[in-house]
Design a protein around this ligand. Structure first.
Ligand code: ADP
Ligand code: MG
Length: 262
């Protein structure tokens, strides 16, 4: 664990309220890559305001699951409903889903030939049809929020990994998402940069964002998550609130996994 600093930080839970309104509903969902059955009978309901951490061994299907939620991957059976819209092959409003569901990846995925500001304004201008000036104002607002407004005119390659990941988060926020998905956002970072990214994620949680985070930062899970989900071999093996999850894991696979990472 690298994030002992989280424990020292006072976390404001006043806005972290889980509502009874569904943000995501996944029912009996299965996915195959060719003949490989990668996700098996996934059932998962996510309510607005939830902060969910997904953990599990490499190859267990964590990335595939969250990529299905914004349709970077297609599922083959069962249902996925995001913000009231069912994801299906005849989905016409994929842009709507993508703008409501922000995603941050392990490797940032910024456009290297665009400035930080241009990275942040591209989708709002082209997908949301926001006027350029307004998009730039919004971008500066979120770059200030992630504490790097002074980097706006630089290119991604001129920034540290931690700064690039914060740009990626700001870029997502510029689309005004109602849900944020994170896929191991700190795994590619040097230890000294992990905290600045986790702090940004904590701030989002404090503001009430619905979040699903694939991460092995268990300090973050304990401090911020309201639910921790353990996956193995394409299945959700168990899920619980963090204290129970860590202190009283039920399945042998969860126990083994936790013994390896804690
Ligand atoms: P995790 O994020 O938990 O490490 P992934 O969702 O990335 O797991 O992958 C789950 C399994 O699916 C792994 O066995 C992986 O090799 C396989 N896989 C991932 N992406 C593809 C793909 N595009 N085509 C075929 N197999 C894939
Ligand atoms: Mg992964």
């Amino acid at each position: 664990m690298t994030d002992t600093s989280i424990e020292a930080r006072e976390i404001d839970r006043s806005q972290m309220r889980v509502s009874d309104e569904l943000a995501i509903e996944i029912t009996d969902m299965n996915k195959w890559y060719g003949t490989f059955h990668v996700l098996r009978d996934i059932n998962l309901s996510v309510y607005r305001g939830e902060r969910i951490v997904i953990c599990g061994p490499s190859g267990s299907g964590k990335s595939t699951l969250i990529r299905c939620i914004n349709r970077l991957e297609e599922h083959q059976s069962g249902r996925i409903i995001v913000d009231g819209t069912e994801l299906s092959s005849d989905l016409k409003n994929i842009d709507k889903i993508r703008s409501e569901v922000g995603m941050c990846f392990q490797h940032f995925n910024l456009f290297p030939h665009l400035t930080i500001l241009e990275n942040c304004t591209l989708a709002p201008i082209w997908v949301r049809k926001v006027p350029k000036r307004e998009a730039e104002e919004t971008a500066m607002h979120f770059l200030t929020k992630v504490k790097i407004p002074d980097q706006a005119n630089k290119y991604p390659g001129q920034l540290s990994g931690g700064q690039q990941q914060r740009v990626a988060i700001a870029r997502s926020l510029c689309m005004r998402p109602r849900i944020m998905l994170f896929d191991e956002p700190t795994s590619a970072l040097d230890p000294e940069m992990i905290k600045e990214v986790l702090d940004t994620m904590i701030e989002l949680a404090e503001e009430g964002m619905t979040m699903i985070c694939v991460t092995h930062e268990m300090g973050f899970a304990q401090a911020v998550a309201n639910r921790v989900i353990f996956m193995d071999q394409g299945q959700i093996i168990e899920q619980n609130e963090p204290r129970e999850f860590f202190n009283n894991p039920q399945s042998d696979r969860t126990k083994l996994f936790l013994s390896q990472i804690l």
